[in-house]
Design a binder for this molecule. Structure first.
Ligand SMILES: Cc1cc2nc3c(=O)[nH]c(=O)nc-3n(C[C@H](O)[C@H](O)[C@H](O)COP(=O)(O)OP(=O)(O)OC[C@H]3O[C@@H](n4cnc5c(N)ncnc54)[C@H](O)[C@@H]3O)c2cc1C
Length: 402
C-alpha cells in the first residue's frame, strides 16, 4: 500500500512544476527536496516566454508577474568594441514576450505556493533521497538519508545533473563532454551603464553580463579545469583578465577582492539513453544535464514536467498502471533534448573551446552575430529557439479541483 501516488525527488524547476501539475490533476504527490530552502548558488534565473505562457494557461501569469523580476526583451553581444543585437523576443506570440529574470528561489517559492493550494500536494524540505526502494525489478519508493522510505506507485527523479536516483537505477548515461567551466560573480551596475544583457568576446574568454538592476550577474568562461590555475595567479590578475575581456567592467571589477566572491560552476552535458524503468522516470537535468549556453536548461526541465503530467497524470489519478506509458515521455522529449544539446555542443566545440584555448581571437564579431545584427528580422529565429524552445508543450493534464 503506497502512501502517495507519486514521489518526486528534487524541488528544482522540473520537480516543482511536475509537483504542481500532478497535484492539480488529483494525484497524491509528495516532493522531496534535500535543502531547507530554495536559496541556491546562481543556477539560472531565467523564466522563458514559453514558461510564462504555461503560467498563463494555468491562470497564474498575473500573480507570477507580481513577483520581483526584470524584463529582458533583447539579447546582445559585444565583440571588437561593437555592440550587437542577436535576439529580439518582442515578436513572440505570447502574453509575456520577454525573458523574466527572477531569482530562482522566487520562482520555486511561487510554484510551491501555488501547488500548496491543492490538498493533494505535500512538499518536504530537508529530505534527501539516497536511493530507491525496490520490489524485485520495480521501483516502489525513495529511500531517505534518515533511513525512512517514501513509497509510491511512481517515482520521478528530478534531482538534477548529479542525480542519485538515476545512478541507483543504473540508467545508461551518455556523456557528451563539456570543454568549459564557468566562474560566476556579481559586479555593481551604475544606472548609466548600458542595459543590454549579453556576452562580450574578449581575448581568451567570453564574459556574459546579465542586467539585474543594480548589479551585473557575470559569467566568465574558462577551459575545463583551469579555474585552479587562475586562482593561483591571484585576484589582481583576475581583475586584469576581466578588464581586458570587457573594458567596460574594469572599474566594477575592482570590487572583487576575495576569491570566495567567485563561484566555480562545473559545466556538464550528458543525457540518459533510457529515461525510465518500471516505477521510475527521470526528467529535467536528471535525464539530460544542460550547459548554461543559451540559458535554456530551465525551459527544457519545465517542458519535461508538463509532458510527464500530460501523459501520466490522468491514468495515475484513476489508479491505472503507468509503466508502459513512461517511455512515451522520453519519446516526446528526446527530440528537443537532442537538438538543443547538439547546438550547445557545437557552440562549445566550434566557438568556446577555440576561444578559451587562445586558438581564435575576434578582431571582428563572428559572422552569425554580424548577420543577426544587420538583419533584425533574423533576430526572431534565436528568440524563438531560446524563448519558446522546440516542440513546445501545452497543459493537457486535467484540473481535478475546478
Ligand atoms: C553554471 C550554470 C548556469 C546555468 N544558467 C542557466 C540559465 O541562465 N538559464 C537556464 O535556463 N538554465 C541554466 N542552467 C541550466 C539549469 O540550471 C538546469 O538545466 C536546470 O536547473 C534543471 O532543472 P532541474 O529541476 O532538472 O534540476 P535542478 O535545478 O538541478 O534541481 C534539482 C533539485 O533537486 C535537489 N536534489 C538533488 N539531489 C537530491 C536528493 N538526493 N534528494 C532530494 N533532493 C535532491 C536539488 O537540491 C535541487 O533543488 C545553468 C547551469 C549551470 C551549470
Amino acid at each position: 500500500m503506497s502512501d502517495h501516488d507519486l514521489v518526486i525527488v528534487g524541488g528544482g524547476p522540473a520537480g516543482m512544476m511536475a509537483g504542481l501539475l500532478f497535484a492539480r490533476a488529483g494525484v497524491k504527490t509528495l516532493v522531496l527536496e534535500k535543502h531547507g530552502d530554495f536559496l541556491r548558488d546562481f543556477r539560472g534565473d531565467t523564466v522563458h516566454p514559453s514558461t510564462m505562457d504555461l503560467m498563463d494557461q494555468l491562470g497564474l501569469l498575473d500573480r507570477f508577474l507580481e513577483r520581483p523580476h526584470e524584463k529582458v526583451q533583447t539579447l546582445g553581444g559585444r565583440a571588437a568594441g561593437r555592440v550587437f543585437t542577436i535576439a529580439d523576443f518582442s515578436h513572440l506570440p505570447v502574453r509575456a514576450p520577454f525573458i523574466a529574470m527572477m531569482p530562482q528561489w522566487e520562482f520555486l517559492n511561487f510554484l510551491a505556493d501555488e501547488a500548496r493550494r491543492y490538498p493533494t500536494f505535500t512538499l518536504r524540505m530537508n529530505a534527501e533521497a539516497v536511493g530507491l526502494e525496490m520490489a524485485g525489478k520495480h521501483a516502489v519508493g525513495a529511500r531517505l538519508a534518515d533511513g525512512s522510505v517514501c513509497n509510491a506507485k511512481l517515482v520521478i527523479a528530478a534531482d538534477g545533473r548529479r542525480s542519485v536516483l538515476r545512478g541507483a537505477a543504473k540508467l545508461p548515461l551518455k556523456d557528451l563532454g563539456a570543454p568549459i567551466d564557468v566562474l560566476w560573480f556579481r559586479l555593481p551596475r551604475r544606472p548609466t551603464d548600458p542595459s543590454v544583457t549579453g556576452g562580450t568576446f574578449g581575448p581568451g574568454t567570453l564574459v556574459v553580463q546579465i542586467n539585474r538592476g543594480d548589479y551585473w550577474q557575470c559569467a566568465y568562461v574558462v577551459p575545463k579545469g583551469a579555474a585552479e590555475t587562475l586562482r593561483a595567479a591571484g585576484m589582481e590578475q583576475m581583475r586584469r583578465n576581466i578588464a581586458t575581456a570587457s573594458p567596460q567592467l574594469a572599474e566594477a571589477a575592482e570590487t572583487l577582492t576575495a576569491w570566495d566572491q567567485l563561484k566555480l560552476l562545473s559545466v556538464s552535458l550528458d543525457r540518459l539513453e533510457r529515461w525510465s524503468m518500471p516505477g521510475l522516470l527521470a526528467i529535467g537535468d536528471a535525464a539530460h544535464a544542460m550547459s548554461p549556453v543559451g540559458g535554456v536548461g530551465i525551459n527544457l526541465a519545465i517542458q519535461d514536467a508538463v509532458a510527464a503530467a500530460n501523459i501520466l497524470a490522468e491514468p495515475l489519478e484513476r489508479g491505472a498502471a503507468v509503466d508502459d506509458l513512461l517511455v512515451k515521455v522520453e519519446e516526446r522529449r528526446m527530440l528537443p533534448t537532442r537538438v538543443i544539446q547538439g547546438m550547445q555542443r557545437t557552440i562549445h566545440d566550434q566557438l568556446l573551446k577555440p576561444l578559451v584555448s587562445g586558438q581564435i581571437n575576434f578582431d571582428q564579431a563572428p559572422l552569425p552575430m554580424r548577420l543577426l545584427n544587420r538583419f533584425p528580422l533574423l533576430q526572431r529565429i534565436p528568440a524563438r529557439l531560446v524563448g519558446m524552445g522546440i516542440r513546445r508543450e501545452h497543459i493537457r493534464s486535467p484540473d481535478a479541483f475546478r
